[in-house]
Ligand binder design. Structure first.
Ligand SMILES: Nc1ncnc2c1ncn2[C@@H]1O[C@H](COP(=O)(O)OP(=O)(O)OP(=O)(O)O)[C@@H](O)[C@H]1O
Ligand SMILES: [Mg+2]
Length: 273
């Protein structure tokens, strides 16, 4: 399902203009990372996708729905949103009730709800915790409950706001696995992240925001190549990308495999014949 944003401006009641003319199209099935300094407007932007915020000027279309004309409850069938802080999202006394809430609320049959809940719990490795109170889990696992409760709604668009913040390496890998599975299912995944390595490893398209505007938008390698522009929003390209650049690689590398390929090429080119 396509997302189309046209000249979006948003001003908070305090008078602060957090978004200043954003125009953007995200096609069905795209995997997009949104990066940028604290306060750039990332969360404000994605809260427009499910109607939590309404444009002051401009329009946000989710498929053929204008977010101004549809309620948050209705938009929830198209856009799932995992909050930056799971404690703002979780409210049930046990994991299963929490994860059932979304699909049940969307009016799915008991059979379909059962199936969706089972799948979401399996994907987030929570199948053995159905009766646990989310607040008895560690923050790491509470984050997984928040992910499960959104995935269970089976929306064509899924948004993650800072999924890896405060997570250990094992859980970052789990979250990457969840995102890969959603990609395989053809869903649109939009992720806000400060974790640039996570971004490089999991996303094809990167949008950099700065002061409520789009600074860069393109293929991850092309965006990471613009080191100086990225610095304006306090984003450093991934370590490997910077190292590759210092080693004089022609390509912008993002992953260990790309790095090793470029390294091999440069060694081959420098070997005497
Ligand atoms: N509820 C609010 N009322 C007033 N101003 C707000 C509110 N929420 C955010 N802002 C301001 O709007 C701007 C954009 O904030 P936003 O939370 O969208 O940034 P962000 O890019 O998500 O930052 P972070 O990386 O810290 O999460 C900031 O200047 C912030 O202080
Ligand atoms: Mg934010």
């Amino acid at each position: 399902m396509k997302i189309q944003i046209d000249n979006l401006h948003f001003t908070y009641p305090t008078g602060l203009e957090a978004l200043r003319g954003i125009s953007l199209t995200i096609e069905a099935g795209e995997q997009v990372a949104i990066v940028g300094q604290n306060g750039a407007g990332k969360t404000t932007l994605v809260r427009h996708f499910n109607g939590l915020l309404q444009p002051t000027v401009g329009a946000v279309m989710i498929g053929d729905w204008d977010t101004k004309k549809h309620s948050v409850a209705k938009l929830a069938s198209r856009v799932g949103y995992v909050f930056q802080n799971p404690d703002e999202q979780l409210f049930s006394r046990d994991v299963e009730t929490e994860v059932r809430f979304g699909p049940h609320n969307l009016g799915y049959s008991k059979e379909k709800t059962d199936e969706l809940v089972k799948r979401a719990l399996a994907l987030t490795e929570l199948s053995s915790q159905t009766e646990t109170n989310p607040y008895d889990l560690s923050p790491t696992w509470r984050k997984m409950v928040a992910l499960a409760s959104v995935i269970a709604m089976d929306t064509p668009i899924v948004i993650f706001d800072e999924p890896t913040t405060g997570q250990d390496a094992v859980n970052v890998t789990r979250i990457a696995h969840v995102i890969a599975e959603l990609r395989r299912e053809g869903k649109t995944v939009i992720t806000i992240t400060h974790d640039i390595d996570f971004c490089a490893e999991n996303f094809e398209r990167v949008i950099a925001l700065s002061n409520g505007q789009i600074l860069l938008d393109g293929a991850a390698a092309d965006v990471f190549a613009q080191e100086e522009t990225l610095a304006q929003t306090y984003v450093d390209p991934p370590q490997l990308t910077r190292l590759g650049k210092r080693l004089g690689f022609k390509e912008t590398v993002r992953s260990q495999d790309e790095f090793l390929n470029s390294l091999k090429k440069s060694i081959d080119a420098s070997e005497p014949r």
